[in-house]
Write a protein that binds this ligand. Sequence first.
Ligand SMILES: [Ca+2]
Ligand SMILES: [Ca+2]
Ligand SMILES: [Ca+2]
Length: 245
Amino acid sequence: MQSLISSAIVLCMSFAFVETATAATIYDFETDFSTTTNTATSTWSYRTAADLLRDGSYDLFAVSQVILSATDGWNETIANAHPPYIGVNTSGAADGVVPDGDSTVHPGHNRIAVVSWLAPSDGTAAIDYLFGDQNAGGGSGITWYIDDGDSTGNLATGLLGNGGLDQSGSIASFAVSAGDRINFVIDPVGTAPDPIPAANHAFDNTHVVATVTFVPVPEASSIALLLIGVGSVSCGWRRRRTVKY
Ligand SMILES: [Ca+2]
Ligand SMILES: [Ca+2]
Ligand SMILES: [Ca+2]
């Protein structure tokens, strides 16, 4: 009986420590969106490239400003509403094609736009996503990708033709290491015969919902505490046995 109680106590303590060490953090591109921070080390960064290559090497947008009539975001020139750009409408009202509260990611002429997430430590990541066309006025639509750093690590992809229905889904939990990236890429190339002669980026405003549910691996100190907890319970049990006999 005592051994059963001891086991139960050990089990409870184990769960208590493990739970403390592995609480999940949900990173949400839209709710976390920053108009002040966009660096190589920020958890979310907002990027583009001079081309369509998903080679993992992307430039940080340099300018934070109003990118539509009322939507704050990032692009690379002071020229207003000049794609590529990435922003979130927090103005309190619809801003043209962008509903209040929604992101908008617009690729450029023959250029991708990239929302990048950086793993803060070793752990596991699970992803929920949605891609939606915000402007059905014309153009070729887009192709979206979720990859683990570059085109060699595709996690999901889809062709969202102009005016197409939202595309959403989940990616089950997988291991990541500190410094790994998960990239959400909007490519202006849409429905064939695009690109002729270059990818058509007209009407390519895209609603991107991207959440990463991150669970860090237990830190060494937490594991040590767990072992100390198990050790002290089993020691207590052994002492009580000694007294009894
Ligand atoms: Ca590049
Ligand atoms: Ca469109
Ligand atoms: Ca397009």
